[in-house]
Design a protein around this ligand. Structure first.
Ligand SMILES: C[S@@+](CC[C@H](N)C(=O)[O-])C[C@H]1O[C@@H](n2cnc3c(N)ncnc32)[C@H](O)[C@@H]1O
Length: 320
């Protein structure tokens, strides 16, 4: 069955067992029968696709019990709504892992909080200076620019970008990191940090005018593929004055062995946005994603002394 069987008003993930809760009154046209599997689109989360699996076994409590009373399901059966290709669930997984990590770090250990570390130790100020320099020069930051920093983390790098221009906005969905950003890294009234998922922000923001450059350093790889594509499309369409976008620190699929070496790795890890390093892409994949979304990509050489230069690269996007 490849047609959605209904539209739900409310779907809630239960992170423990991957089963989502669902208000059965949101499923007026549910036609699933016990033993069938069907995709289900949640109206609230247009970017999620769930599978409804109908079982003959009634679930004991909660939404399962209430669903089993639904006339469309009937027969005492029950339903599990399982995230199949859930972009939101994948993003939530990344957010939770950054949240846990940031909380475990000392409040002033800024570069450990955003994982600029080697074997757990924060990298040197020289290494950070290389990142700052690559973004500033890639974007050709000038005093008149306003920068949108997507996946800005705790703002420790953002403040260096803002210092080279007229300020801007940093967006990140990790509450601990945005709290640090607001506490330590707002230097001028024209600088701000906002707690939000970057895809939600790009979809809904009403302050899109005025940004002239955008950066996503060390964050783009954590977006599920459909989100990565949508984000680039939204930047192209809704942020009309943004002329350049810097995608930084992307893991290079062609050089994945240089990172893992002999260490075991989970099959398919390079395609999993919720894995520790996110999605690994080849330069060709970045070129084709950019072209599809209205951008021209240039792969930027990294400083050979940069600690991750052997398996990462930077990209500059310009409007096609
Ligand atoms: C490696 S850190 C990089 C932080 C900062 N840009 C830097 O380079 O120091 C990755 C950041 O991406 C953020 N992130 C990942 N996916 C996101 C999303 N969908 N919306 C907002 N932030 C996201 C995480 O919370 C985390 O702060």
């Amino acid at each position: 069955m490849d047609k959605p069987i209904g539209w739900g008003a409310s779907v809630r993930h239960n992170s423990e067992d991957g089963v989502a809760g669902l208000r059965h009154d949101g499923l007026p046209s549910c036609a699933a029968l016990p033993g069938t599997v069907a995709p289900f689109h949640a109206r609230q989360f247009a970017d999620d696709v769930f599978e409804i699996r109908c079982h003959v076994r009634p679930l004991a409590s909660g939404f399962g019990a209430s669903l089993s009373r639904h006339p469309g399901i009937g027969g005492g059966g029950s339903c599990a709504v399982i995230p199949k290709e859930s972009r939101r669930a994948a993003r939530a997984c990344v957010r939770d892992s950054y949240e846990m990590h940031a909380r475990a770090c000392a409040p002033d250990n800024f570069y450990a909080q955003v994982k600029h570390t080697v074997a757990g130790t924060p990298v040197s100020p020289e290494q950070i200076a290389m990142i700052v320099q690559s973004v500033r020069s890639g974007l050709s930051l000038e005093a008149a620019d306003r920068v949108l920093d997507l996946c800005c983390g705790n703002g420790a790098l953002t403040t260096e970008f803002f210092a080279a221009c007229g300020g801007g906005l940093g967006v990140d969905f990790c509450e601990t990191l945005i709290t640090v950003a607001n506490r330590h890294f707002v230097r001028r009234p024209q600088e701000a940090f906002r707690l939000q998922d970057v895809v939600d922000y790009a979809r809904n923001a009403d302050d899109t005018a005025g940004f002239t450059k955008a950066v996503c350093h060390g964050g783009f790889q954590y977006l599920p593929p459909a989100d990565a594509q949508e984000l680039l499309e939204l930047l192209r369409q809704r942020f009309v004055e943004v002329k350049r976008v810097f995608l930084g620190n992307l893991p290079d699929k062609r050089r994945i062995d240089a990172f893992f070496g002999d260490r075991d790795r989970v099959a398919g890890i390079e395609n999993d946005s919720a894995s520790p390093l996110g999605i690994w892409r080849t330069e060709d994949e970045i070129h084709s994603l950019s072209a599809k979304t209205g951008w021209t990509a240039t792969i930027l050489p990294m400083n050979a002394r940069y600690y991750a230069a052997h398996y990462r690269y930077d990209v500059l996007l310009k409007r096609r």
